[in-house]
Write a protein that binds this ligand. Structure first.
Ligand code: HT7
Ligand code: ZN
Length: 898
């Protein structure tokens, strides 16, 4: 693996004017013929050679302008095919042989369960044919696929089908043309025996588009939801962004062996079955929501990614961050906006903040990499989305739309950079680009989560509140000295009875023009210096009351907030904040304080079960606050009520402690949860008595919220009255009108080890063993049980006859669940969790480096652990690094090792 640097970017030596491919699928291999028309790039040196990428190809023939090339006319240099004699233009014809059956890495062209499919992003196309496999080389493609008629009745590639017909020997062909120039990473080919659900969509300008979803025949009844989601996404993108679909056909193919969620290949998306199939009998509410958001995400890439693509892989966030923001906006418009936002924030703070604080921290736009597959990260995706969101906040919805219109218009058909994006947004809003683009670029260049410190000075006599905000960034070795970032801060003031009005001078010293939006209740500040001050006057607070600051509403910037708000004030926000997100955020802060206090107390005592374990170091402010409002909220806004009872995740809490002892932190969290639930016991029983979980399934906001509430109630009951909970879970399982009920009940029984858990697991397996995605849940439920012996359970699952190490979904169902979602077991003090993961990473790496490298991330937390655990992890890291590893895993593990 060679390291590449953003600063070394140069234009390609040649452009491709046309790409013609013929892919012949044969019994034990495939042969790929390519006819590529090249023309020297106007900015490239006159004598620069033609350079193409190729990996694992068996070269059968090579000809330049019709003349066969002799061996000495070209050479290989590190998976690059170099041809000095190309002149200024010419046609290269190549023929190569590849082995899709042996391709277990699931990158390039591979065959699984008889289905041929491709995955080319980021650098998989070079495993299919010799090509300038870089995103800034765009070409129109014409592709002919030839295959066996019986085993591959369906032959697909990007664009429109322009010819098809029969061939000798039971074979047939289909020719596809994609008129939109595209980089090779968006190429796709699928061939196999597939069923198809078809529908139609009429675009805003009146063009009819055929929509097709292809699956294995037995899954055909599970595509309706994805189809509805696709149509909703197409309409939404027209309405919200003015983006219309641009081909006559849009195809989605569901594939069971897939490294990630889905892939936005032009006009021919390939999806992990888990992100497209949905049916009430086999899919939970969470599964339905995931399908909706992934379908939307891939569809939105048609503009943010495909029509406007990336100049190089350092610009990955340009398409991914922006597209995640777009799919988050879409999802917020489908169900509850406040709940969508807090779920996105909880995810960001648990996972991305941890990444940004650990050894894998990197800028949203990295400056260098060895293996680009290692940079499809939470930082690129989720923090990238937060930057797009901040720009949206600062420009306002209309200004942002002006900006994206400009971005799409200026860059259509081009490979763009982050600078192009910022320039378009700034220029369309008359911002001084010298100030605008370089300042916002800092968010893309500086790794680490910034901290914003707030101080409040309340001047009761003048009814004036002075807010001082200051920002700081962690300085990381090898990165530029941090400079102040533009931080949008949305704030409000809350009195004893609710929201307060106030006046904020529209222009204050040190505040740039046009960013203060004084609506009287909700204020947008732009912190752009290291420290700034704002004065709220005429605060309409009752005599004797002190206003409470509600800070970073809707989490207006991805920062750590350092604000010494006292518990009583937080409780006020939980009760009265007008911003739904901040009610939740205040509850999370209170919960965090109480959990950390218990965590400290457990350490001070004799450990678990010791004398300090029963002591209550916190006064239970959160429990009091929730007892007062939760029963009513469960009626008025059940979706938010559910979220108020979800305490911060262990992953998030781990970032708040100096030394992370997972079982102790888990125990502290459970204790606080029980304390919060206790006063609500009667309400939980009332909710369960309504029987909402057992009603027929509808995918609609109210029904989803009612089911989530029922689940929360049963989970609560399991802590307070386990036998009673076990009875209800058994009833849900016996009646099981849909998978949401069944899965909640099963998880509850297994995770709390309630009576009947083993029998329920057995019955579930018996019933669902032929449904791969349901079986994944069965594996995952056991591997994520928060108890030390889940390590042995995981070990047994790996030996189960239904375990298949070549299917990433199954591997993740056991190993990602254990390593990422089960800290109690993974960090078991005897190190058996670490040993299991280390051995599996080594084994999987030999087949599928991408999967192994992602799994390796489980060790990223290691420096937060106590010395004994650190020693155990270090031993495994060193042993792995001393052996044979793919460049992917080597890069990840060496960064983690430091
Ligand atoms: N753009 C895609 C990212 C991706 C990928 C997908 C499937 C398999 C391997 C992959 N490598 C990179 C998915 C997306 O963000 O939409
Ligand atoms: Zn994406």
């Amino acid at each position: 693996g060679r390291k590449v640097y953003l600063k070394d970017y140069t234009v390609p030596n040649f452009r491709v004017l046309a790409t013609e491919l013929t892919v012949e699928l044969l019994a034990d291999c495939a042969e790929v013929g390519a006819r590529l028309t090249f023309s020297r790039h106007p900015e490239a040196p006159a004598d620069a050679p033609l350079v193409l990428s190729g990996a694992g190809l068996e070269l059968l023939s090579l000809a330049w302008n019709g003349r066969a090339l002799a061996d000495g006319e070209w050479h290989w240099a590190d998976e690059q095919w170099v041809f000095p004699g190309a002149g200024d233009e010419g046609v290269l014809e190549t023929r190569v042989r590849i082995r899709p059956d042996a391709n277990l890495a699931l990158e390039g062209l591979y065959r699984s369960h008889g289905l041929y499919c491709t995955q080319c992003e980021a650098e998989g196309f070079r495993k299919i044919t010799l090509y300038p496999d870089r995103p800034d080389v765009l070409a129109p493609f014409r592709v002919t696929v030839i295959g066996d008629k019986a085993s591959c009745p369906v032959l697909l590639a990007n664009g429109n089908c322009v010819a098809r017909g029969d061939l000798e020997g039971g074979r047939h062909f289909a020719t596809w043309e994609d008129p939109h120039p595209k980089p090779s990473y968006l190429f796709a080919l699928v061939a196999g025996d597939l069923a198809c659900l078809e529908d139609r969509f009429v675009t805003a300008s009146g063009r009819e588009v055929v929509l097709q979803i292809f699956t294995a025949p037995e899954d055909q009844d599970k595509c309706r939801h994805a189809m509805d989601s696709l149509k909703a996404s197409m309409r939404w993108d027209e309405e919200k962004y003015g983006c219309e679909y641009d081909l006559d056909i849009y195809m989605i193919v569901a594939v069971s062996h897939f490294n990630m969620g889905a892939m936005e290949n032009k006009g021919l998306n390939v999806f992990n079955t888990s992100c497209v199939l949905a049916h009430p009998a086999t899919t939970t509410d969470a599964g339905f929501q995931r399908v909706e958001s992934v379908v939307a995400h891939e569809y939105f890439h048609n503009w943010s990614g495909n029509r406007v693509t990336c100049r190089d892989w350092f610009q990955l966030c340009l398409k991914e961050g922006f597209t995640v923001f777009r799919d988050q906006q879409f999802s917020a418009d489908q169900l509850s906006a406040a709940v969508q936002r807090l779920e996105d924030v909880a995810f960001l703070r648990t996972h991305q903040f941890a990444e940004d604080a650990g050894p894998l921290a990197h800028p949203v736009r990295p400056e260098s990499f060895v293996e680009i597959n290692n940079f499809y990260t939470l930082t690129v995706y989720e923090k990238g989305a937060e930057i797009a969101r901040m720009l949206h906040t600062v420009l306002g919805a209309e200004g942002f739309r002006r900006g994206t219109d400009r971005y799409f218009a200026d860059n259509d058909g081009r490979a763009a950079t982050v600078e192009d994006f910022l320039d378009a947004l700034g220029a369309a809003n008359d911002r001084d680009l010298v100030d605008w683009t370089p300042r916002w670029l800092r968010w893309y260049r500086q790794p680490g989560t910034p901290t914003v410190r707030a101080q409040v000075d309340w001047r009761a006599d003048r009814r004036e509140l002075v807010l001082t905000l200051s920002q700081s960034q962690p300085a990381l070795a090898g990165h530029p000295q941090p400079e102040p970032l533009p931080v949008p801060v949305r704030v409000g003031l809350v009195g004893a009875e609710g929201e307060l009005t106030a006046r904020l001078a529209a222009r204050q010293e040190g505040t740039p023009d046009g960013t203060n939006e004084a609506t009287g209740r909700d204020f947008l500040l732009l912190l752009s210096e290291r420290e700034q001050q704002w004065t709220f006057s005429e605060v309409a607070v009752a005599a004797g009351d002190v206003p409470v600051l509600s800070l970073f509403r809707d989490f207006s910037a991805p920062v750590n907030i350092d604000y010494a708000c006292d518990d009583a004030d937080l409780a006020r926000l939980v009760r009265h904040d007008g911003n739904g997100f901040n009610r939740w955020a205040a509850a999370q802060t209170l919960a965090t304080r109480e959990i950390l206090a218990r965590y400290a107390a457990l350490a001070a005592g004799a450990g678990e079960g010791g004398p300090a374990a029963d002591a209550d170091p916190a006064p239970g402010v959160l429990a009091d606050a929730l007892a007062g409002i939760w029963p009513a909220l469960a009626d008025s806004d059940p979706a938010l009520a559910v979220k108020l009872l979800e305490l911060p995740s262990l992953g998030y809490l781990a970032e708040q402690v100096d030394v992370y002892d997972p079982p102790r932190l888990h125990a502290a969290r459970e204790a606080v949860l029980a304390a919060v639930l206790q006063p609500l016991l009667a309400t939980l029983r009332d909710i369960l008595a309504r029987g909402d979980m057992l009603r027929p399934y509808h995918y609609a906001a109210d029904d989803i919220a009612a089911r989530a509430l029922a689940r929360t109630a049963l989970d609560g009951l399991a802590l307070l009255a386990p036998d009673e909970a076990a009875g209800i879970a058994a009833e849900w399982l016996a009646t099981s009108p849909h998978m949401t009920a069944e899965q909640s009940a099963l998880t509850l029984l297994v995770h709390h080890r309630l009576a009947g858990a083993d029998a329920a697991l057995q019955r579930f397996h018996q019933r669902w063993r032929h449904e791969a995605l349901v079986l994944d849940q069965w594996f995952a439920t056991q591997a994520s049980r928060p108890a030390a012996d889940a390590v042995e359970a995981a070990q047994a699952l790996l030996a189960h006859p239904d375990f298949d190490a070549t299917v990433p979904n199954r591997v993740r169902a056991v190993l990602t669940q254990l390593g990422m979602n089960n800290p109690v077991a993974f960090h078991r003090a005897d190190g058996s969790g670490y040993a299991l993961l280390a051995a599996q990473i080594r084994e999987i790496d030999a087949r599928n480096p991408q999967l192994a490298s992602r799994l390796s991330g489980v060790f990223g937390i290691w420096r937060k652990l106590d010395a004994a655990r650190q020693t155990l992890v270090r031993g495994h890291l060193d042993a792995l690094l001393a052996g044979t590893l793919s460049p992917d895993v080597r890069e990840t593990l060496s960064r983690i090792r430091g």
